[in-house]
Write a protein that binds this ligand. Sequence first.
Ligand code: 5RP
Length: 261
Amino acid sequence: MDWGKANRMSKVIKPDGKCFYLAMDHGYFQGPTTRLEHVGNAAVPLLEFVDALFVTRGVLRPQIPPATNTPIILRVSGGTSMGGGDLSHEGVTTSIDEILRLNVSAVGISVFVGSDYEHDSILNLADLVNECEPYGVPVMAVTAVGREMEKREARYLAMACRICAEMGASVVKTYYCDNFEKVAQGCPVPVVIAGGPKTDNDLEVLEFVWKGMQGGAIGVNLGRNIWQNDQPRAMARALRSIIHEGSTPQEAFEIYNTFEH
Ligand code: 5RP
């Protein structure tokens, strides 16, 4: 691996081999999501706990201080909305010139395996890897399920992750599921897990992150279960203790409950 890509990879996967990404890209197809109306206001108090921030260029420029030390993973796919039809009909939204101009550490793109637009979606990933590799920019593939939440099971996710890796993704984001080992073991590049909709139970979040990491994930790309929590800083601190400090879910829950703001 060339120095430039190795340098970028070192920003998004820490020396312990683990990572904590804060996902705040939801507006790119959902609009002003609850508690993410102003991404900058929601993000800045959390940046001290995370290893990278996942946002679009349209939020990065006006709302994230350019002096931040937090690496940026830039969401570069889109073209659909919750108000429209098939969420899988995405394209690449951001040129390689923009990616380099914004000095980001990696880029992220959704891939809709098994959808009506599977072919375009998988080739979007391959084309993006072809654009980014010469400049040493790692690509994170997001195994997206659109509205089909029932797809979040091991057989489907293992297939989707493996295909993303085979197309050249450097990291794959997927969901935690039963038999998660099958997903991680079948994927030749590191896997991180997303959270999905906010759960009612805070301990549950800590448990599925811990279980995902026991099953082979190197970390998380987590959004709603942090910034829709009433105590987002406490949740971010607790998650950090699982990802980088080896806490059990119970130990992390104690950190969450005793966090001093
Ligand atoms: C949205 C995404 C999100 O980055 C990803 O799903 C993580 O967020 P959450 O934990 O809220 O699911 O890709 O399309």
